[in-house]
Design a binder for this molecule. Structure first.
Ligand code: UGA
Length: 434
């Protein structure tokens, strides 16, 4: 099939590459000339494990093309996917739909023959109706179905998730559109749940899923606070809860709060929708407020650990919003760091992937280290803020020799407490008596 993808970000590019691998002819269109130039020349514009290899394969084969020209992408396409950003409005926190509407208006003119226009971007309930109205206004003769096709890819695992989806949600009442989507996703038919629902249900599924996961994280963080007071161990509690298949093991890792470009944005947008429709979403409202508070609490906890010494050197490990990505957007690590800087603390940072993105925000307000050991040279405390796998396997002997005070605060519960204490470190983590 011929597929047009509008937007070449964290959703559009992996989706385009994945669809090319499934045997489709894919044209990706974007407004940013530098991105299209790089992608046309074989330079992948974002890091995702396994992406570059597949991208280069299909760029060479001609199955994957990039253009600035909407007509070239949309003309003759069977499916047009909208995958542009929906950033939060700075004041209302509602999803800003200007890029979605601009894309709908522009693509409408070039529709040719029956086309399915599928919204991959996360959009508030009812946006499909608006997109349809815009297309019909620009091109009343267009033979088109506008559907919701939410994306569930995780950053850092986008390629894996594309080929191993838990479900594919197709939001439309049109049988014709459903048949086109069944053909497109036929390679997944016997291994993945294919859900055909109404457009509004589909739009809601995306928000309801992200908000539920955010709530699950808030829940385990609240339990961690409880365990600290009650003398229980959150790692044991999470394991005990997670073995109940109705609860599940995933997303029960306590930490400094959730972040990233999706959960904070989508929980806020969902809460805003609840207010708009007059159906208050109290659990989500609380999750948002408590998650914000948590990051502040964690910064206070770090500062309190070195309160006797205003000059203390704090080594921070991890800046990205989670392990496996270079993305610092809405990163709890960055927010905690900002608070520490607000307290005039002396901080040296290290992250395996996110140093460049962090530097753009932090500038010369912190010192940068080439590895976790260098970050700890002369440090009074090392603080783990991001769940990078390699932080689990550090050489504690080497660390000992570097640090001024042997103190580790592990806000991701990554390290083995017994082992770290055996080496003589003063160790604290989340959700247990330290
Ligand atoms: C999230 C969803 O997991 C995807 O399904 C969805 O497609 C995506 O948003 C989106 O809407 O585009 P992502 O933002 O990449 O994916 O990140 P997650 O892996 O979900 O992690 C989000 C945050 O929660 C991170 O800060 C992470 O450290 C934190 N987290 C996650 C925890 O603190 N504890 C956990 O147990 C799990």
């Amino acid at each position: 099939m011929k597929i047009a993808i509008i937007g070449t970000g964290y959703v559009g590019l992996p989706t385009g590459v994945g669809l090319a691998e499934l045997g489709n002819q894919v044209v990706c269109v974007d407004k940013i000339a530098a991105k299209i130039e790089a992608l046309t020349q074989g330079k992948v514009t974002l890091y995702e494990e396994g992406l570059e290899e597949l991208y280069l394969k299909h760029l060479k084969s001609g199955a994957l093309r990039f253009t600035l020209d909407m007509r070239e992408a949309v003309d003759g396409a069977d499916v047009v996917m909208i995958a542009v950003g929906t950033p939060p409005h700075p004041v209302t926190k509602e999803a800003d739909l200007q890029y979605i509407y601009a894309a709908a208006e522009e693509l409408a003119a070039y529709l040719d023959g029956y086309t399915v226009v599928a919204t991959k971007s996360t959009v508030p309930v009812g946006t499909g109706d608006e997109i349809e109205a815009i297309i019909k206004k620009v091109n009343p003769a267009a033979d088109v179905d506008v559907i919701s096709l939410p994306e569930f890819l995780r950053e850092g695992f986008a390629v894996h998730d594309f080929f191993h989806p838990d479900r594919i949600v197709i939001g439309t009442d049109s049988q014709r559109a459903r048949e086109v989507m069944r053909r497109l996703y036929a390679p997944f038919a016997d291994k993945t749940e294919m859900l055909e629902v109404s457009r509004r249900s589909s739009e809601t599924i995306k928000y309801a899923s992200n908000a539920f996961l955010a709530m699950k994280i808030h829940y385990i963080n609240e339990m961690a606070d409880f365990c600290e007071k009650a003398g229980a161990d959150i790692n044991e509690v999470a394991k005990g809860m997670g073995t109940d298949s109705r609860i599940g093991r995933k997303f029960l890792n306590p930490g400094p709060g959730y972040g990233g470009s999706c959960f904070p944005k989508d929980t806020n947008a969902m809460a805003q929708m609840g207010r708009k429709f007059g159906a208050m979403l109290n659990l989500i409202e609380t999750t948002i407020a408590k998650n914000d508070e948590r990051k502040l609490e964690m910064a206070k906890r770090v500062a309190a650990a070195v309160k006797h010494n205003p000059e203390a050197k704090i080594a921070v490990w991890g800046l990205a919003f989670k392990g496996g990505t270079d993305d610092c957007r809405e990163s709890p690590a960055m927010q905690i760091l900002e608070k520490l800087l607000h307290y005039n603390r002396n901080v040296t940072v290290y992250d395996p992937q996110a140093m460049e993105n962090a530097r753009a925000v932090l500038g010369d307000r912190v010192s940068y280290a080439a590895d976790p050991y260098e970050a700890c040279a002369g440090a009074d405390i090392a603080v783990i803020l991001t769940e990078w796998e390699n932080f689990k396997h550090l050489d504690l002997e080497k660390l000992k020799a570097k640090m001024l005070q042997m103190q580790i605060m592990d806000l991701r519960n990554l390290l083995n407490k017994e082992e770290v204490c055996r080496q003589g470190f003063c160790y604290s983590c989340i959700g247990m008596k330290n």
